[in-house]
Design a protein around this ligand. Structure first.
Ligand code: TXA
Ligand code: MG
Length: 346
């Protein structure tokens, strides 16, 4: 069964970290908060433990896992032939929401990386995540702590919803501060962003002016370089309707569709920012309103999708906005949640 330990996110209790580390070292699975989303952790040097991660998440074995480290020393036991650029980026962005794809060290088993000779690494900026890695004195492999293709978990409750009974422990350190996953940057060839995330493209451009962005939306039968590029990802059970276009026209279109669909007996959810909310008036919809800034949308996005599911909403309407800064990651997650479908409003 899954033990849940409540732990202080600012000053995690050492005894609790030690208990969790014992489970990791015995080949068990512990979910823990990072600054981005909850991770499902296992000893990154133990192939049997890694196998358990794939089983617990129902994750296809073709989708590689990120290795988390607490010191730059650890990096030398995880990756080899590390380019200078990696250390430069580490100096600026670690601990933080940037994952670097490097050449894999033989000490890291192949199943972490689904057989590739590369490895994704990051140093998380969260006292519980860091404390756990230090207590275990091992790199910890951790994908997001959700069932495969469901929205990532940003609270311990979300983890329990998906993985309860399938993992050994959850460290409940409250909600994760960013709410969106890390940016994945491949440094094994010319630098390419494989997934937009917590560190923005603009921030990376300041250091790598010609960094490429290759966030493609692939269907399941196409082979994906970063299987996180699969189009069906982060999906709620409800149908997602994403509308792109001029603000007022989009709001009008969402209002019309909501009226029509609710008249037909559908349960419509609308995810909106505060500054749009009044425009919808008293439409017969289930509203989730988040703050007007992009950070607030980031923090609440995945939780909102799960809340709509819990409320039995059958269709979720969202106005898509431009992808600047953190907005690029939000736009990416919304498009994936909608399995690539965008409705253009003229
Ligand atoms: O913020 C995050 O990155 C969270 C926290 C827990 O650290 N983790 C996370 O892991 O989102 P996951 O497994 O949900 O997503 C990892 C992404 C996937 O898109 C995966 O394909 C990619 O990183 N990835 C992992 N290893 C890779 C590799 N060797 N080469 C290319 N992409 C890789
Ligand atoms: Mg994930």
């Amino acid at each position: 069964m899954t033990r849940i330990l409540t732990i202080d996110p600012l000053e995690p209790e050492q005894t609790l970290l030690a208990t969790a580390a014992t489970i990791i070292l015995a080949g068990g699975l512990v979910a823990f908060p990072t600054e981005t989303v909850y991770g499902l952790g296992a000893d990154a040097t133990n192939p049997a433990a890694i196998e358990r991660i794939f089983e617990a998440k129902d994750r296809p074995s073709s989708d590689p896992i990120i290795v988390h480290i607490a010191t730059l020393d650890m990096l030398n036991n995880v990756a080899v032939e590390i380019p200078d650029l990696a250390f430069e980026l580490a100096r600026v962005f670690w601990a933080g929401a940037l994952t670097l794809v490097l050449k894999r060290h033989p000490r890291i088993p192949a199943n972490v990386s689904s057989g590739r000779d590369t490895v994704a690494v990051r140093m998380p900026n969260h006292p519980i995540a860091m404390g756990l890695i230090v207590a275990a004195n091992r790199p910890i492999a951790a994908p997001s702590a959700n069932t495969f293709s469901r929205p990532s978990a940003t609270t311990a409750t979300h983890v329990l919803e998906d993985l309860g009974g399938r993992i050994d422990m959850i460290l409940d350190g409250g909600a994760t501060p960013i709410g969106l996953e890390s940016t994945v940057l491949d440094l094994t060839d010319v630098p390419v962003i494989l997934r937009p995330g917590g560190v923005t493209v603009e921030q990376l451009r300041a250091i790598i002016p010609d960094v490429q962005v290759r966030s493609r939306y692939l269907t399941a039968d196409q082979t994906a370089e970063s299987p996180g590029q699969l189009i069906k990802h982060y999906s709620p059970r409800a149908e997602m309707r994403l509308f792109d276009g001029e603000r007022d026209k989009v709001i009008e279109r969402i209002s019309e569709e909501t009226s029509e669909r609710s008249a037909r007996g559908e349960r419509v959810g609308i995810l909106t920012i505060e500054t749009d909310r009044f425009q919808y008036g008293d439409l017969p919809a289930n509203f989730i309103t988040v703050g007007g800034n992009i950070e607030s949308m980031g923090v609440h996005l995945f939780g909102a999708l799960r809340t709509f599911d819990r409320r039995g909403v059958t269709v979720i309407m969202v106005r898509l906005f431009e992808g600047e800064g953190l907005g690029a990651a939000i736009r990416d997650r919304l498009i994936r949640a909608a399995e690539g479908r965008i409705i253009r409003v003229e």
